[in-house]
Design a protein around this ligand. Structure first.
Ligand code: ATP
Ligand code: MG
Length: 562
């Protein structure tokens, strides 16, 4: 067998520093050659494209080494978490094309174990119940330059702590009454080690455990132990957790349980985009977008609705690679990636987005011809189709100028252009209404040029798309621009929202083949971009989202960057 063919997709990819670490472990036998990873979302929002970076690294690493990857919901905060998000996250990861088999877990499944381990740490004298108020805890914590101070409750006896923790658990203490903290070092240069809170009291119902608990573990207390319980070998996470690693290590060492290796990598950031569930939720809650799946959102559900493909998103993740320091990726690279993918798969179709009527005055009234058009020049197997041609047509308004400047080569009085796959036409007259608005453009056609070429070899400078007016169907088309008008939306990101990010064109014409366009099929509307059917479509009127325009600016940017 050919050696190259034996490699799976992820094995064939160039290595990265995470895989170098796994290779070292496999060589030294640290985990007995096992590779177990997990993707651990918190179900407090829907996934965005940044998450796909983590997903493809978590699942891709397992795949590369013949290991497994779990899906685990880190559902430790009942105030912000919802079943809707759990369902959405599952749908999004499946859509990206990753499979966790039956290994779907929840940190909330480990609440009892975590509670027992907390009791163990109290008994070991390294955890205590603290009655300082939240603001006092903050004040006692110190700063980056000043050490913290010990809480006056820090030296409670083990018995007292056990009794108080029991009362916390039994619901005898109101929210905010006290917390359980790890007893580590209030003078540690790493603030995460200054007696971090392990449990807080929250009389809140949890999406999965209901009212069983009124104390909830902090993320930092739950995360590492959950990894350990699942036998995770390589706990891959983003850089902001680097300073938490000593804490996770401390907990695991105190408990003497299986010790995963945490490895941090740089988050994916994109220009003109925000990547924070909290901020994305704000956009939704305040009505700046129509929902989490608004096609302008960087969420996976928004990108999917817009017409992005999982393949393009995975390709972006691979292209960007895995880095150790944070950076911002040009959104043009994402657009380039989706264009490349859609160029291969999209069916070519004709749509006139901003129609103006053309009458071919020397074309016989009542005559209709079928013009053969190629469905996808990149894919011969997609075949051809017939599009009807007649005396009255629509072309794009912007393809005509009555008084053209130099360098405008499209249709204007006296000018000959090509109608793609049809005929050469020459503009002879412009008909206006009483207000001086152009109503119709009159042209003549050259019957010798059928198919779009002149037998005498004469050339024209422009090729326009067109639709036969009596045969065209109507559609709504939604054009999107970037949601933000600045490359790196700042703290006041709401001020950076682009007021013109959505343009709705309600009266577009489409060729009849598009009247029964299918969800899931990608189209290139010739000359105007890639489009995808929106679920707002009705039987009477399809609605199309423009996924991306045709003009690729990535090469130019790369050149500029040297
Ligand atoms: P957000 O800041 O958007 O709320 P998060 O980190 O709080 O994200 P989680 O649900 O905790 O969201 O994320 C699950 C996993 O995805 C974590 O391992 C996290 O490190 C990773 N992740 C989140 N955002 C990105 C990103 N932009 N690039 C790469 N990985 C990310
Ligand atoms: Mg997080």
């Amino acid at each position: 067998m050919n050696e190259q063919n034996a490699l799976t997709e992820s094995e064939a990819r160039p290595s990265n520093f995470v895989w170098d670490i796994v290779d070292e472990h496999n060589a030294s036998g640290r985990f007995g050659g096992k590779v177990v990873t997990r993707f651990p979302p918190e179900p407090n929002g829907h996934l965005h494209i940044g998450h796909s970076k983590a997903i493809s690294l978590d699942f891709g690493t397992a795949e590369r080494y013949g290991g497994t990857c779990n899906l685990r919901f880190d559902d430790t905060n009942p105030v912000k978490e919802e079943q809707e998000y759990i369902d959405g996250i599952i749908e999004d990861i499946k859509w990206l094309g990753f499979d966790w088999g039956d290994r779907i877990y929840y940190a909330s499944d480990y609440f009892q174990q975590l509670y027992q381990w907390a009791v163990q740490l109290i008994k070991q004298g390294v955890a205590y119940v603290d009655h300082l108020r939240a603001d006092e805890i903050r004040e006692y914590r110190g700063t980056l330059t000043e050490p913290g101070k010990n809480s006056p409750y820090r030296d409670r006896t083990v018995e007292e702590n056990l009794k108080l923790f029991e009362q916390m658990k039994n619901g005898e203490i109101p929210d905010g009454g006290c917390v359980l903290r790890a007893k580590i070092d209030m003078a540690s240069p790493n603030i995460n080690l200054r007696d971090p809170v392990m449990y807080r009291i929250l009389h809140e119902s949890h999406p999965r455990t209901g009212d069983e608990w009124c104390i909830y573990p902090m993320y930092d207390w739950a995360h590492g132990q959950s990894d350990s319980i699942e036998g995770i070998t390589h706990s891959i996470c983003t850089l902001e957790f680097e300073d938490h690693r000593p804490l996770y290590d401390w907990f695991i060492d105190q408990l003497g349980i299986h010790h995963p290796q945490q490895i941090e990598f740089a988050r994916l950031n994109l220009t003109y985009t925000i990547m924070s569930k909290r901020k994305l939720k704000q956009l939704v809650d305040e009505g700046h977008v129509s929902g989490w799946d608004d096609p302008r959102m960087p969420t996976l559900s928004g990108l999917r609705r817009r017409g992005y493909t999982p393949e393009a998103i995975r390709e972006l993740c691979d292209t960007v690679g895995v880095a150790k320091s944070n950076s911002v990726v040009e959104v043009e690279l994402l657009e380039h990636t989706i264009r490349q993918d859609l160029n291969r798969r999209a069916l070519r179709r004709i749509a006139v987005l901003d129609p103006i009527k053309v009458v071919i005055v020397n074309y016989p009234k009542g005559m209709v011809e079928e013009m053969e058009m190629v469905n996808n020049p990149e894919d011969e197997s997609a075949g051809t189709r017939k599009v009807l041609f007649s005396r009255e047509l629509y072309i794009e308004r912007e393809d005509f100028m009555e008084d053209p400047p130099r360098k405008f080569y499209r249709l204007s009085p006296g000018r000959e252009v090509r109608l793609r796959y049809a005929y050469f036409i020459t503009c002879t007259d412009v008909i206006k209404d009483v207000d001086g608005e152009i109503k119709e453009i009159h042209c003549t056609y050259d019957p010798e040029t059928k198919g779009g070429n002149a037998p005498d070899g004469r050339k024209v400078k422009a090729t326009l798309h067109w639709l036969s007016a009596p045969h065209a169907k109507t559609a709504e088309v939604r054009l999107y621009d970037r949601l933000f008008s600045t490359p790196e939306p700042g703290k006041d990101f709401l001020n950076d929202i682009n007021p013109n990010s959505l343009e709705v064109l309600e009266n577009c014409y489409i060729e009849s083949a598009l009247a029964d366009a299918k969800a899931g099929e990608h189209y290139q509307f010739e000359r105007t971009g890639y489009f995808y059917l929106d679920p707002d479509s009705t039987d009477d009127k399809p609605v199309f989202n423009r996924t991306v325009t045709l003009r690729d600016t990535w090469a130019k940017i790369q050149k500029k960057q040297g």
